[in-house]
Design a protein around this ligand. Sequence first.
Ligand SMILES: [Zn+2]
Ligand SMILES: [Zn+2]
Length: 347
Amino acid sequence: MNRETKVCQKCKKDFWIEPEDFKFYQKISVPPPTWCPECRMVRRMNFRNERALYRNKCVLCSKDTLSAYPEKSDFVIYCHNCWWSDKWSTLDYGIEYNFSKSFFEQFKDLMKKVPRPALSYTNAVASEYINYGVNMKNTYLTFGSHDLENVSYAKTSAHSKDSIDITTTLWSEFCYETVDCSKCFKVFFSRYVEDSQEDQFLFACRNCSDCLGCANLRSKSHCIFNQQYLKDEYDKKIKEFDLGSYKNFIEFREKFKEHVLKYPHRFAMIRNSINVIGDDIRNSKNCYWCFFVTRDAENCRYSANISDATKDSMDLTGAGLDSELLYEEVSGIGRRSYFGVKIWYSY
Ligand SMILES: [Zn+2]
Ligand SMILES: [Zn+2]
């Protein structure tokens, strides 16, 4: 099948359906979309409220609970403990299907009746103020993340420990104020850093240790502002900078910002990947228009925030963990699941 141009029924702009898209729709027997990829993404994002949280009351136990839904929402909200308890059954809310009414009308009514959890997380121990989390221990105020331990104030991070203020940070320990970093140890105030340790203020560096205020370095130690020093000189310089002083810290941070601007920036952070278009993608192949892919995605299209081995899927927002054949999913983990919101471990 050839590429087809369509008019998006939402924004009225032209969009393409590619031959690869048609193959996927045929494979899972769904009609081609009538909305463009961007409008579809916006529609999905409307179903994933990660961080606008409200004080609410559990309808079952009447206790106060933090909730992704305001008190005046249309939905029946249960606190985490009640929702996971045996005090109720989803089957009690079953309705007889009425063939004279539309499916979506009845589905909407059902959605309003069946209790939903105030927040969305599973397998969490001693963790508070978290939403969209899986496998968390001692985490606090953390969103859209999984497999974290002793971590606070994190977003879209995974497989990391003992860190604070991290965003899209993976397989790391003792990190602070890192964005898009992976396999780092004791890395602070840094962005796009990989396989590095004991560094501060790095930008797009890889395999570095004991470096300060550098950009685009590969396999270096004891560098400051991209200049090589001997270990003794480096240690002396570090003491002189005295970054424990707030005034010095702020001054240094401004200098670092200026320093980084002097260096070329990669057009996209695509690592160890073949035939991919998007940004922030690791170890993946054949992905088109994908963003924030932690690892091992294959044959995915029009998706963002996909974690750990997602295959043959399209139109995902927050999905993954060994998933396959997902379509139009928000927060999906599983196989052969289409048009779902928060469908976890379903096959
Ligand atoms: Zn559109
Ligand atoms: Zn309750």
